[in-house]
Design a protein around this ligand. Structure first.
Ligand code: C2O
Ligand code: CU
Length: 487
């Protein structure tokens, strides 16, 4: 029946009040990892790459014979991978075929606020929204997802998410795996919970939001990947609403972290595991030897939550994610470069402005997001220091639109190498202060805000978000209309 079909391959349910989930060694890995198709742009008269994305509803069989209602872009679940190059002019033609409003936010992208796809850029059913901008930032793994105020968790959970791969000359000059779907693999990880009818349910959610008991990777439960080269590049994206993962391999092999949210690190960082909270990305290079198998596994992340009351379900689970199956004969891969890209560190002493953000409950600085209120006014070009503190005994995270920032300090200390590169989203452990350095460039618009918020999606939906405008030096913030959809 349906219930037993849902339980296939996964043992040990009951995260609520009943301990933790452990699927280590219990997942069957009986499906090839689906690779999201590449979006195929057309070129318009101005030379822009035009990407069509259609938000639509459908059904997906995560288990044979069980159709789950899902949403996606151009497909019933998830969306195509968008590849663009630094210098490209891009135009996204987003058509809403759903029966409700949505927005599409380009997470990690440097672009004008009116193109950002935040809660102001509503796309009504039947409407087409066409943001356009020039890609001008380093090669990186970004993603897109809805940002409809109050509905983000629901729409993302239904499947509305996709990857963006940005390229540039600096990345192309390095000998790295970059053959999409062959040795350069998107790995979009989400946790789900299915009800007895095989539909998504988030009924089991605590303060941090919906924690699922079943992993879905690129839309598949328990997938394997046939690896055909000695080195494979995994682009890990945590597209889950609340769960933080700590990814590693079952045999504790080390891998090389080469990029974080906003692009390549100065040099590869050897690691045996990497923590990713919702919205964060990591590019890792993994070596395999012919014929072997190794499993990407998430172990209970160090959330710094020892003081959290024991009843909170923060997702301290052990979950098998993806099995790598190395072919009997592997294509040789180049050695991993020792150096990647230059990264000049900003210094707190050079900051023009320092702002404080206190996260508590569902509020930032004691208030929740109001679409007509500008919370911060930032001058174009200034070096900003944002001091972000989680004052609670529970997890939060922090994401800033438009920029990639550098972490200056974490609880007063220099960040570890895996957090020393470009970031747009960070996990915020309880009672911890992060100092972030960032510079807003190119796009000033006193009447159109960008967002900063907790990326635990239920918190974002509850208004744990603020709005800032970037203005020309000396300007004041303007007024924000309810809807700043670009014409
Ligand atoms: Cu990934 Cu403001 O969002
Ligand atoms: Cu939060």
């Amino acid at each position: 029946g349906i219930a037993s079909a849902i339980g296939l391959g996964i043992a040990g349910c009951g995260a609520l009040g009943g301990g933790t989930i452990d699927t280590a060694g219990k997942v069957r890995f009986d499906r090839a990892l689906p690779i999201p198709p590449l979006a195929k742009p057309t070129i318009d008269a101005t030379g822009s790459k035009v990407f069509d994305l259609e938000a639509r509803a459908g059904t997906t069989a995560f288990r044979p014979g069980v159709e789950t209602t899902t949403w996606g872009f151009d497909d019933a679940y998830l969306g195509p991978t968008i590849v663009a190059e630094r210098g490209d002019d891009v135009r996204m033609r987003v058509t809403n075929r759903l029966t409700e409003e949505t927005t599409v936010h380009w997470h990690g992208m440097h672009l004008p606020a009116r193109m950002d796809g935040g809660p102001h850029q509503l796309v009504s059913p039947g409407e087409v929204w066409e943001p356009h901008w020039r890609i001008d930032q380093p090669a990186a793994t970004l993603w897109y997802h809805p940002h409809l105020h109050g509905e983000t968790e629901k729409q993302v959970q239904l499947g509305m998410a996709g990857m963006v791969i940005l390229k540039d000359r600096a990345e192309e000059a390095l000998n790295l795996p970059r053959s999409y779907g062959v040795d350069d693999i998107p790995v979009i990880v989400q946790d789900k919970r299915f009800d007895a009818q095989g539909q998504f349910t988030d009924a089991v959610g605590g303060f941090i939001g919906s924690i699922g008991d079943t992993l879905v990777v690129n839309g598949a439960i328990g997938p394997y990947l046939d690896v055909t080269s000695e080195t494979v590049r995994l682009r890990l994206l945590n597209a889950s609403p609340a769960r933080t993962y700590d990814f590693g391999f079952d045999d504790a092999r080390s891998f090389s972290l080469i990029a974080t949210d906003g692009g390549l690190l100065p040099a590869p960082v050897p690691l045996t595991h990497i923590r990713l909270s919702p919205g964060e990305r990591a590019e890792v290079l993994v070596h395999v030897v012919a014929g072997e198998r190794t499993t990407l596994r998430s172990v209970p992340p160090d959330l710094g939550v020892d003081r959290i009351n024991a009843g909170m379900n923060a997702g301290n689970d052990t979950l098998d994610v993806l099995q790598l199956r190395a072919a009997a004969v592997l294509t040789p891969s180049a050695p991993i470069p020792d150096q990647l890209v230059a990264l000049a560190r900003w210094r707190a002493a050079d900051a023009d402005v320092t702002r404080e953000f206190l996260l508590d409950g569902h509020e930032i600085n004691g208030r929740q997001m109001e679409s007509g209120r500008i919370d911060e006014t930032v001058e174009l070009g200034a070096l900003e220091q944002w001091v972000v503190t989680n004052t609670m005994d529970a997890p939060h995270s922090f994401h800033v639109h438009d920029v990639q920032f550098q972490i200056g300090t974490i609880a007063g200390k220099t960040p570890p190498p895996e957090l020393a590169g470009w970031k747009d989203t960070i996990y915020l452990p309880p009672q911890t202060e992060f100092r972030l350095l960032m510079r807003f460039t190119d796009y000033a618009d006193r009447n159109a805000p960008y967002m900063y918020h907790c990326h635990l999606l239920t918190h974002e939906d509850h208004g744990m978000m603020g709005q800032f405008v970037v203005v020309q030096p000396g300007q004041h913030a303007g007024t924000v209309p309810e809807d700043t959809t670009a014409a």
